[in-house]
Design a protein. Structure first.
Lengths: 280, 71
């Protein structure tokens, strides 16, 4: 029994939150109060998503672990047990077990690199920042990070990833158009080589590396990987042109959310093994 | 499809994310608290200083015109 009717609870809420956040950053002169409200809503949403994944992790995932294997198939008496196990395991997959890929160590490492960047940013600017500015920076980082993670947890579903692709591409294009970067009149500015830039480039290079590692599983997802690499390159180029405006948060939010789809597809092996009647 | 992860890393990751979410909520409440009022007062003070300065400049300009008029 599940507490949730849907296999991916909160998906519509997630899409709505991304849309509201991006449009708020783009079109409203955002104040601390607005940021505070957004931060609380995002925090509450992530807590709910963590709880739903906790249920999947504790209840459904163990049922897929003890999968009947070729070894049990060799004894024909195990066949009914094997068949029933596979049928139930198919049901468990439909309950969002693939979303657990979002808890992979590679994602946690991404968060660790992001936190290092944030700490360095706060430390370097500690003399010029008020506590309010620090809080704003922290909440923006957590909003982007959690949107990226929640995107991964939903993008494991094929149908959800298609909807996310359309919505996030539209938001990303809107952000690019609104901010007006990557236009001929705004050539890339080569920024100074600072510790912060190096850390950010490390984060982006790591993201590109994770995508390239997806090629280990074959060339099935090669289009998705190439698109993801182009997106991360676009984010890097736009970073060179960004001034310190609140509107740029919209670009990062929509960009990283879109990137989460390519990220999760690069290392989720969707192939199921049907070996029931092989051998003998 | 086999999940080779054991329970412990998954629980650790979920716990980490829950902590992040709690920090986000706390920071959100901090941003919504009275800090905006202090910001507002400083804005008003800055505006007053700007008004005084512009008033001084106007006065000087008027004095200049007055002197020109005398000449």
């Amino acid at each position: 029994m599940s507490y949730y009717h849907n296999a991916h609870p909160g998906f519509i809420l997630y899409l709505a939150l991304i849309c509201i956040s991006v449009l708020t950053f783009l079109y409203i002169d955002i104040q601390s109060v607005h940021l505070g409200i957004l931060s609380i809503i995002w925090g509450g949403f992530i807590l709910m998503r963590v709880l739903s994944l906790y249920e999947v992790s504790e209840h459904y995932a163990p049922l897929t672990l003890r999968d009947a294997s070729k070894i049990t198939n060799q004894g024909s008496s195990a066949l009914p047990y094997d068949l029933s196990r596979r049928m139930s395991s198919h049901t468990q997959f439909k309950r969002g077990v693939l979303a657990l890929h979002a808890l992979d160590i590679r994602t946690i490492l991404w968060f660790a690199l992001g936190v290092i960047y944030l700490c360095a940013h706060l430390y370097i600017h500690k003399d010029t920042m008020s506590p309010l500015d620090i809080a704003k920076n922290v909440t923006i980082f957590f909003t982007i990070g959690t949107a990226f993670w929640a995107g991964q947890s939903y993008a494991a579903s094929q149908s959800a990833s298609h909807i996310m692709m359309v919505v996030f591409m539209a938001l990303f294009a809107l952000s690019l158009q609104k901010i007006g970067i990557l236009l001929p009149e705004n050539p890339p500015k080569f920024q100074d080589i600072s510790l912060l830039n190096i850390l950010l480039m490390t984060l982006m290079s790591y993201s590109a590396f994770v995508l390239l590692m997806g090629l280990r599983h074959g060339f099935k997802n090669v289009i998705s990987i190439i698109t993801g690499l182009m997106l991360i390159l676009l984010l890097g180029l736009s970073y060179m042109q960004l001034d310190n405006l609140m509107q740029n948060t919209a670009l990062w939010l929509s960009g990283w959310s879109l990137f989460s789809i390519f990220w999760i597809q690069s290392y989720s092996r969707r192939r199921k093994r049907y070996v029931l009647y092989q051998g003998q | 499809m086999q999940f080779t992860h054991s329970h412990t890393p998954r629980r650790g990751a979920l716990l980490l994310l829950a902590v992040f979410a709690c920090i986000q909520i706390l920071v959100g409440f901090y941003l919504m608290s009275g800090t905006e009022k202090i910001q507002g007062i400083s804005d008003v003070l800055n505006a007053d200083i700007a008004t005084i300065q512009s008033h001084d400049i106007l006065t000087l300009a008027q004095a200049g015109n007055f002197i020109k008029g005398i000449r």
